[in-house]
Write a protein that binds this ligand. Sequence first.
Ligand code: ADP
Length: 703
Amino acid sequence: MADGDIEQERARLKAAEGQQRILSDVSRVLLDYVGADEVEPLRRIVQKTTEALGDWCAFSLVQPDGTLKNVAAYHPDPRQRELEKKLNALVPPQQWDAGPREFNALALRRAVAIEDITDDMLRLSQPSEEVYQLYKELGMTSAVVAPMFDGERPLGTFALVSTTAANTGANTGARRYTANDLDFVEALAGRAALAVRNARLVRELGEERDRQQVARTALEQRAAELSAVFNSNPNGIALFDAAGILQLASPRLEEIFGLEISRMVGQPWQEIYRRKLSQAVSGNREQLFNRIAELFGDRTARGVDDLELERPTHRFVNRTTVPVRGPDGTYLGRLVVYTDVTEQRELDRQRSDFLTVAAHELRTPLTPLSMYLQSIERRLVRQQPVELEMVVKAQRQVGRLSKLVEDLLDVSRLESRRMQIARDRLDLNDLADSVVADFRSHSRNHEIVFHRQKEAVRIDGDRQRLEQVLVNLLQNAIKYSPLGGQVVVRVERLAGEGRFSVTDPGIGIPVEEQPRLFQRFFRAANATTRNYGGLGIGLFVSDEIVRSHGGRFEVESAVGKGSTFTFYLPLSSEAGAVRTRARVLLVDDDPEILEATGQVLREWGYAVDEARDGLTALSLARGTRPDLMLVDLMMPVMDGATLIEQLREEQVAPGVPVVVFSADRDTRDQAKRLAADASLRKPFELQELQDVMERLLPQHSAT
Ligand code: ADP
């Protein structure tokens, strides 16, 4: 072997040794790094390699858009690094398979050595003069490029480039890369590819973990929501799995059955239903059990049935059971839902009882009424005189009928919250006085005693409505004291409150029924079984009236001994503004319109004076000082227009708003001519009337 050859061989061995060292250093670096950043290991490799070789070293990675991007590069010479930066800024990223194929390691799928980088090559690959000049300045002499793959997918490239630029060391000339270096760069690129793949894996695992975390949080949240829905559901819910094992039981279920069913989760349906049945019902348990067994025996069965439970409290429940299926239709188990319909049943029963009672109550005065009318008719036909007493009696039955209808209407008004309460300054003593006097003149069997103190018991309230309460209480006291006796009415003034009570020596009310006395349609058993007439409305309405005055009721009663019904009302504060009812003068020749409109206005809390012609209206207006006048235009004796003119002329009720109404099309024009404050064209809607009233009497508008 010639000296030169030996020298060469020695250099080759030394180079190979150096490369081997780099590879093992690189391997160590890679083992040290476990992270999600794919560029970090490449940076470390670049550093190690440049340190050892003093050459340029660069990694490019294929981006999602297919371009090749320089991600880590290093040159020991800072000037070279400057140039490289400029180059990077100038050269747009290229698709990985662009450019001449014979130099494209990725396209060739193997490492490529370019022993001599010629001018032509530079020109070929870089069309711009500026870029070409930069390449020249860099003085690239020789390069090896190795591809990196992830399986079959191109991942990037690793390049080693030697340059002739100054500062590359003791001017030993630039290194020349040859085919001998291909194994080395391929090995290094292989390790780098592994590092990139690892980092990506770590990142994907992290992302997957994050995704799972998000999904878990969402699931936990959904579970919390569902459990809130489940726990607060007014229905009792039980869920069994496909094997018939109880999986879930809602709190309401426990309440309905009076059993700690949630403790039975994990037990089979047979066990649970045996316990439920023996707890809740006495009879026909076997039959009920078989019904459930049928449902559990048939995976397609769905059903609704009604059950009556005796314990822990008497209840009617509605049971719905359906199979539960997964998205693919597989049977997952059975859902059983219990709805407590006790209250609904009770309301249904009350309603139907009420209709029966109401029909009966309405018929009671109708029968004598019809008899009186027939005999009046007969007398008239026979031309016999009709006694006034007969007519009075018939009228009394009409009175009873209208009272019943009024009571019924009160219930509907209360339900639709249309009952209006006026606020007048009243003395409870006066109120009681007049009602007691009325009753005394009618009741023969009962003595009515009235205890009152001297001082007035002033309250703010609705005279008519409060009278209605007193009448109801006295009527009951008399009605439910069939043996007669003494009924005591008492009015007292307490601190801040007025108290009114009625005590009777009657049949009394069992304690357990007392809490329900003020419910709509409620009638105690002793009233119904002993055939006392009544609708079960009076106390309900009375209670509502008292409550809308800010007061409250109390009952004391003992069966067979008697009852005391008491209500309390707040005393009016003397300092408080006295709110008086507005007076309305209503003028119309049609008695029906007069009555209907009058009634509505009174209901709304106005005091109403009625007149059927202009003359009467004029004299009323002089006496009563109305706050507003509603005047029909077409009337006999004195029509509306004349009335209004007369009022103005005589200065009666000056400044009092006037509303005209008429069936004429030009009501509005007429109103304008008469300088009236508003007009209503008949027939008008109640809302129109209300709007007008509220507009013209805002400080009095009914509450
Ligand atoms: P009604 O008397 O028309 O049935 P109420 O609402 O006035 O309706 O009374 C409801 C129920 O309260 C009555 O059915 C009766 O059972 C009971 N009740 C009311 N007042 C008395 C009373 N003074 N004594 C005994 N029971 C009464």
